[in-house]
Design a protein around this ligand. Structure first.
Ligand code: KG4
Ligand code: ZN
Length: 336
């Protein structure tokens, strides 16, 4: 059978990325140009600056992805691109670039949902992984507990009612003076802290077993910091970080395992930027092992925003005959 070679493009937030993926799982190149250094100066992603940087970089990133794959556009069978959810300006840059390439080369265009991309990152390093399985997607913008019924077929079991898990990490990191992006910094400093030092509340959502809420936890951390300040007590940053991280990980794992039990999943995967958190990986692995469930998690490079995952997701849509037309637009609040 013929190889299907997909050029994936991703630009939904602050990473300009392009990749070449063969038959959905074989990554021939994976180029990520991060803007983190620029946005760090502002303490978070500035959408307007992100858009401009994507424009400056997208062509080079695509060229580099082809070069690393030792291919030219003539070798490509389809172009896959993230069209939502994400920041409107940044998304538009990727969508426009993908359309231009597809139009110029007369290639099929496949619009990909960003979350579907994150989920599909798990197919790349686990050639045997196939639906159905459960998946927890935790990133800066999303916290979704999903039943992956088949390729491209999802049922959302639960999601966050307020902040995303990564957003909570970033906000708490800022409050304890660790800077942006907070997730990796909290992860690191937590290793020197006592996770049982402070008991922060696990966010509970009334009437829902699977939904998440992290804004209460964030407020609890802020209140704790204020109290220390008023009492002139010293704040132990590693303890606060570790205790906060534990509260997040505990609620993520308990919801995930409740779903494992109710839906009898034999396989469970995690995805998204927060899936590189070492405490979450460890706790999920252990919880899955105890239940005899196969656990999957992408390498950190495939957890963050990248285009290989978009190429993987686009392949399964492509195989189903799904094509986008020239009216494909960026949709900031696209639903799964
Ligand atoms: O998936 P991603 O790269 O972008 C979005 O689609 O949002 O996720 C970025 C998020 C940020 O909030 C970042 O702080 C968080 O993932 N993150 C982490 C870790 N690495 C990245 N959170 C906790 N622990 C980590 N090691
Ligand atoms: Zn993402």
């Amino acid at each position: 059978t013929k190889e299907i070679r997909i050029l994936g493009i991703e630009s939904s937030c602050d990473e300009t990325a392009a990749a070449v993926v063969v038959n959905g799982r074989d990554v021939r190149s994976n180029i990520i140009s991060s803007q983190i250094d620029i946005h760090t100066l502002y303490g978070g992603v500035v959408p307007e600056i992100a858009s401009r940087k994507h424009i400056e970089r997208v062509s080079q990133v695509v060229e580099k992805a082809l070069e690393d794959a030792q291919m030219t556009l003539d070798d490509i069978d389809a172009v896959g691109v993230t069209y939502g959810p994400g920041l409107i300006g940044p998304l538009l840059v990727g969508v426009s670039a993908a359309k231009a390439i597809a139009w110029a080369k007369d290639l099929p265009l496949v619009g990909v949902h960003h979350i579907e991309g994150h989920i599909s990152a798990n197919y790349i390093e686990n050639k045997e992984l196939e639906p159905p399985f459960g998946c927890l997607i935790v990133s800066g913008g999303h916290t979704h507990l999903v039943l992956v019924k088949d390729y491209g077929e999802y049922e959302i079991l639960g999601k966050t009612c307020d902040d995303a898990a990564g957003e909570a990490f970033d906000k708490v990191a800022r409050a304890i003076g660790l800077g942006y992006p907070g997730g990796p910094k909290i992860d690191k400093v937590s290793r020197e802290g006592d996770a049982d030092a402070i008991v922060f509340p696990q966010g509970k959502v009334r009437g829902s077993e699977y939904d998440f809420s992290f804004s209460g936890l964030k407020s609890a951390v802020l209140n704790y910091l204020n109290e220390c300040h008023m009492k002139r007590e010293e704040i132990c940053v590693p303890d606060v970080a570790a205790s906060f991280q534990k509260a997040v990980v505990d609620v993520l794992v308990s919801h995930a395992m409740r779903a494992v039990e109710e839906f009898h999943f034999r396989k469970f995967a995690i995805a998204g930027g927060v899936a590189s958190n070492s405490a979450l990986r460890h706790a999920m692995e252990q919880a899955c092992q105890e239940r005899g469930v196969a656990f999957y998690r992408p390498s950190p490079i495939l957890c963050t925003d990248n285009a290989a995952m978009i190429g993987a997701a686009a392949y399964y849509d492509y195989r189903k005959g799904i094509r986008s037309d020239w009216s494909l637009n960026a949709i900031p609040n696209l639903r799964l």
